[in-house]
Design a protein around this ligand. Sequence first.
Ligand code: X2X
Length: 335
Amino acid sequence: MIQFHRRSLLAAGVLAAPAIRLRPAHAAEFSYKYANNLPLTHPMNQRAKEAAEAIAKETGGRVEIQIFPNNQLGSDTDMLSQVRNGAIEFFTLSGLILSTLVPAASINGVGFAFPNYAAVWKAMDGALGAHVRAQIGKAGLIVMNKIWDNGFRQITSSSKAITTPEDLRNFKIRVPVSPLWTSLFQAFGSAPTSINFAEVYSALQTKVVDGQENPLAIISTAKLYEVQKHCALTNHMWDGFWMLGNRRAWAALPADAQAVVAKHWNEAALAERGDVAALNASLQAELAKQGLTFNTVDPTPFREALRKAGFYTQWKQRYGDEAWGILEQDLGKLT
Ligand code: X2X
């Protein structure tokens, strides 16, 4: 008797796929996947859904984009490999994590660099963003012009409130997989552990780590408040998501379809920025009701601690004078 392996039967389309997918009567000419690490309820997925609908409509159904939120297709590290090899066509990724492939892409995460959103968008829609996008292009990936907002990051903890840099000493904190993140918390004398977002909730729940840092929109939509007690409003870095594309999949699209896709991804990013800013401004009260205790911090001693640890001079060297010069042109002297 011939034995078939389940996987080859699946690949051959003999076995039914686990989920039924409703397809339009005419299958799209280009059926692409967009994957990300955030819950479906986060504005990034809400706006991406609108964009995908607009793209299907405006291309007359030729381009269909299916959204896979919430790490359904793997961790950020996995998805970065997949967008490079074409297993997925679009992927939003934090520049800091992308820096494992494109070192320049973490530059917006330098600690306490941005004072407010006006400074963020001036830099990221201006010379700094253009510099990073050029490096992403050199690494063989497509990137859209407008970066999506993740937000200013805040530190949560299950063990104690963080009010001074000293409170971060020996603090067991989860950081995303990125040399800049590890370096930042090492400069505070913390014990950072690199963990992909897919594992963060359970790492906090099982106390593998005592804390993590993320913008309020994520603390809320990923329900991290269920496994954390304190939240320090540190605003220690601004983080955003680049919309990346696989180069071959992009090149396969006719120029008019490329223009439609780029237009809607970029418009969605701008709309999402508005949503996230509004959420981050209003969520504190809601999260407090869920049991999170908030405190503000004076950023000055935190910045001073980083300076004393040599954090800024070290990263200036790593990015090089050109990139650092662009950063300081917008933000003033950091070292
Ligand atoms: O992993 C995180 O903490 C997140 C969701 O903020 C990023 O994608 C960097």
